[in-house]
Write a new protein. Sequence first.
Length: 93
Amino acid sequence: MDEGFQTSVPNIYAVGDVINRIQLTPIALAEGQSLADTLFGGKPRKTDYSDVPTAVFSNPPIGPYLLCPSLLFVLLSRPACLLACVPATYSGV
């Protein structure tokens, strides 16, 4: 398969989990959109693999929350509250 998802068989293309790349739904969607833009939209483009969204699952479940200062004060006043503060950053994309 080449960079344009063309297989060794003419007019047969492959994207998503059937190719040997990152097997995640957002990647399959991006590859499919790139192929559709190239074949049918008149806008040839390549899939960008530089910024791939992923998720991490844990037990017990944890996750990020952005809190306003007044809610943060209420949470910190509770005796059984464990809170880690990390700065929220913007990737610029």
